[in-house]
Design a protein around this ligand. Structure first.
Ligand SMILES: *Cc1c(COP(=O)(O)O)cnc(C)c1O
Length: 341
């Protein structure tokens, strides 16, 4: 398919309508076959479950052009299983995992002209999501659902290099113990909007949320997990049942151990040990890793030795290795790369 006439290296992270999207409906207890359509509009009842009681979940992953010109997706099977977990927690029907992966691949293929070329730094972002579509007024799960996947080309996350960011310890909580912090649901984002707007007004790039139960332990930001590097080079990530299990974070922990020979540890991380770490990063699909230079705890600054100019040394190695795997410059572990044929 011919590439679209887009200025790839100047794309931002915004929505651009592409040619095709996948749509499947759940009705009378079953999913239909689904179709690829040009229709980007969703028409649902004014009383749809999603509009009244926020019954909606989503996923996010990317398609890349590799160095040798193949189009690939990164670990879509993990998005499929995570979406199944999200669906169960919100009493929604699971879209079968094998069909999910197949639909992702079909949707990327149908929009091949929008997959940015290798070397542009841009990628095709893939957004699967599902919502309750029939009228619900008494509080209960919907009976009918729509599952959709659209794609949109997004620019290089770091224009002109990855500058470390400054984050604040938030006074708001993201997720309750035994709540919904571990699933990818719009509801977790709706309630984070006030906290992020407030943080931005105060001059911070992001919020660090603490565990809501004791407010002594590190959880994550609104949309990315934390990685810390100790002074002796160990990679540490917070363990908590209210953190969203980031696929990027899980992949980086594997890469740290198996590709870089680093020690790794998933454990509770306390607020009062942050100053003991040498480096800090945020991980998620959008940026892979964003380096954190400074954390501000109510006026008290915690500055990492890696500074405010560049990524820490170990963070950079992790970033280069994982992006090398995604872009086909390094051999991937079995099953990590799904080629679009
Ligand atoms: C999506 C998301 C992440 C990142 O997960 P990836 O699978 O790495 O993209 C982290 N935290 C939250 C709250 C998220 O919603």
């Amino acid at each position: 398919m011919e590439k679209k006439n887009i200025d790839w290296s100047n794309l931002g992270f915004g929505y651009i309508k592409t040619d095709k999207r996948f749509v499947s409906n759940f009705k009378d207890g079953a999913w239909d076959d689904g179709v690829m359509t040009e229709d980007d509009k969703v028409v649902i009842s004014e009383c749809a479950g999603v509009l009244q009681y926020a019954q909606t979940i989503f996923e996010g992953l990317k398609a890349y052009t590799t160095e040798d010109g193949r189009i690939v997706c990164f670990r879509p099977d993990l998005n499929a299983s995570r979406m199944a977990d999200s669906a169960k927690r919100l009493e929604m029907p699971v879209f079968p995992e094998d069909r999910f992966v197949d639909a992702v691949i079909q949707t990327v293929k149908a929009n091949e002209g929008f997959v940015p070329p290798y070397g542009s730094g841009a990628t095709l972002y893939v957004r699967p999501y599902m919502f309750g579509s029939n009228p619900v007024i008494g509080v209960k799960p919907a009976d009918e659902y729509q599952f959709r996947i659209f794609t949109t080309p997004v620019g290089p996350y770091f224009k002109g290099g990855a500058k470390p960011i400054t984050i604040k310890i938030s006074d708001f909580d993201r997720a309750a113990p035994h709540g919904t912090g571990h699933i990818k649901a719009g509801l977790n984002y709706a309630m984070s909007l006030h906290a992020i707007v407030t943080a931005h007004q105060e001059g911070y790039d992001e919020n660090m949320y603490l565990d809501a139960g004791t407010r002594t332990k590190v959880e994550e930001t609104g949309g990315a997990n934390f990685l810390f590097i100790t002074k002796d080079g160990k990679v540490v990530t917070p363990k908590s049942s209210s953190i969203l299990p980031s696929i990027t974070r899980r992949s980086l922990m594997y890469v740290a151990k198996e590709y870089l020979g680093l020690e790794t540890e998933e454990r509770e991380v306390y607020l009062d040990e942050l100053s003991d770490f040498a480096e800090c990063g945020l991980c998620g699909t959008a940026a892979v890793i964003s380096p954190v230079g400074k954390i501000v705890d109510h006026g008290k600054e915690i500055c990492f030795a890696s500074g405010m100019e560049q990524m820490g040394e170990t963070t950079k190695k992790l970033y280069d290795t994982l992006t090398g795997i995604q872009m086909g410059r390094l051999d991937a572990p079995e099953g990590w790369i799904r080629e679009i044929k």
